[in-house]
Unconditional design. Structure first.
Length: 70
């Protein structure tokens, strides 16, 4: 089963940082937006694999994404 999580990517000095609002502590960085996105994918997989190994409850998806034009 595929899951989709909202990911926030922000400029951070000379690189980019990414985090997942529904998975506290799940963060990553990359030299470009694309690098940060690839790194956060790996971080999400790692986090979910760890929860599964620990037989812990997986995160509940609450966050959604909307771009607002003003």
């Amino acid at each position: 089963m595929n899951q989709s999580f909202a990911v926030v990517i922000e400029p951070a000095g000379g690189n980019f940082s990414a985090y997942v609002p529904d998975i506290p502590g799940c963060v990553a960085t990359g030299a470009t937006r694309e690098d940060a996105l690839e790194e956060i994918r790996s971080a999400i997989r790692f986090h979910l694999d760890g929860l599964q190994q620990d037989e812990a409850t997986p995160p509940v998806i609450h966050a959604s994404v909307a771009m607002v034009e003003i």
